[in-house]
Design a protein around this ligand. Structure first.
Ligand code: AMP
Ligand code: ZN
Ligand code: FE
Ligand code: FE
Length: 360
């Protein structure tokens, strides 16, 4: 059975499964052996000691604890999707997969919903810590009508906060109407896809373009989701319809007010559309942004180096995450990871709840 973190509105207790307090590697291809001694019980953040982490996010050693009989690497993935939105693993399957993939900590961050949290918590395997989160659909509104869509991760916020709950509902409802509108546009050009099938594929989850992509693959229109996103479902396609977004500064305020911590997801994922400049990231930092994804599958190594510098200059916590979507994307759980030091920094911020650990 898993214990759901209670709403305490204070510095969270440092709760982690055995052996998680040590340096890790935030660079996907890094192979430096990060070793820790396990197990370690509940620890206070101030008691945690980490080895040096280089500017590129690679730790050379495990800090105070050297390799020993329990030595192993700590792996933290703070951005994943389940069937509560556009992933293909149910929340229960996702935590089991996370355990099988050797993760110590996984965040469930479905689009515009907290619906998967309870199922993931109930199925949490021993040795895995769950960080409940949400990936919020946001936009930055600049001068002269400029609007750039972006994604903001919110972790450990109070899911019952009424204002944020209403926003999540508004965003999800908009996604349904927008999904139908994209399907109508495709159908108007004779492309054989039905809203009924898309809705069936989405089930109770937040509707996203990957569901339409699955329907297009099933109908034989394209061979893969990548092919669908490269053309028919691209944000530059004539069939594309925008979804509703929260103003990113409103989102930062609401998530913070609900006791959450925030991170800017894949800030340089240009493949998806235009991205904001560094000055906007600075404004977001000034408005309370806590962290930023440095290591993400959609970032080149030059992007990672740049965002790493931006993060250091602005005092943002550098994160690494897979953005796993199950079979909807080729990326694996833990493909990019967050260092335990960055994770500790994130948890040291005030949060409404604590990460969830398996308890007996
Ligand atoms: P939406 O949120 O409906 O605008 O759809 C965007 C979602 O589709 C994001 O979660 C992306 O991670 C996902 N996505 C983008 N490109 C691809 C792709 N090539 N294959 C599968 N999913 C993708
Ligand atoms: Zn997605
Ligand atoms: Fe995203
Ligand atoms: Fe995502």
């Amino acid at each position: 059975m898993a214990a759901v973190g209670t709403v305490v509105r204070s510095r969270p207790p440092w709760i982690m499964e055995s052996g998680c307090a040590a340096s890790g590697c935030a660079v996907t291809r890094c192979t430096s052996p990060t070793a820790v001694r396990a197990p370690t019980a509940v620890r206070a953040p101030t008691a945690v000691r980490f080895g040096p982490v280089s500017a590129r996010g690679c730790a050379a050693s495990g800090g105070a604890a050297g390799p020993g009989p329990y030595a192993r690497r700590v792996r933290i993935d703070l951005h994943t999707h389940s069937t509560a939105s556009d992933g293909t693993d149910t929340p229960a399957e996702l935590v089991r997969q996370a355990k099988a993939a050797g993760l110590d900590v996984v965040a469930l961050t479905d689009h515009d919903t907290a619906a998967g949290w309870a199922e993931a918590a109930a199925a949490l395997p021993a040795g895995l810590t769950l960080v409940p989160g949400t990936e919020f659909s946001c936009a930055w509104f600049g001068p002269n009508g400029v609007r750039i869509g972006l994604h903001l991760l919110g972790y450990l916020y109070d899911p019952d906060d009424a204002e944020l709950q209403a926003e999540r509902r508004r965003l999800r409802e908009s996604r349904r109407g927008r999904g139908q509108a994209i399907v109508n546009n495709l159908r108007a050009d004779g492309i054989p896809v039905t809203w009924e099938r898309v809705a069936e594929l989405a089930g109770d989850g937040t509707v996203g373009r990957p569901h339409i992509g699955q329907a297009l693959v099933e109908a034989g229109v394209v061979d893969s989701l990548d092919e669908a996103f490269a053309d028919l479902l691209s944000s530059r396609s004539k069939y594309y319809v925008r979804k509703a977004d929260m103003d990113v500064f409103v989102a930062l305020r609401l998530i913070n007010a609900a006791g959450g911590v925030t991170a800017f997801a894949h800030p340089l994922a240009r493949r998806r559309g235009p991205v904001v400049g560094d000055e906007v990231i600075a404004d977001m930092a000034a408005a309370g942004l806590d962290g930023i994804e440095v290591d993400h599958p959609d970032h080149s190594f030059a992007d990672r180096a740049h965002i790493s510098d931006v993060a250091a200059n602005l005092g943002l916590i550098p994160l690494g995450s897979s953005d796993y979507h199950g079979r909807n994307k080729a990326v694996r759980l833990g493909a990019c990871t967050t260092s335990p030091e960055a994770y500790a920094d994130l948890l040291a911020r005030n949060t409404a709840s604590s990460p969830i650990v398996f308890t007996t």
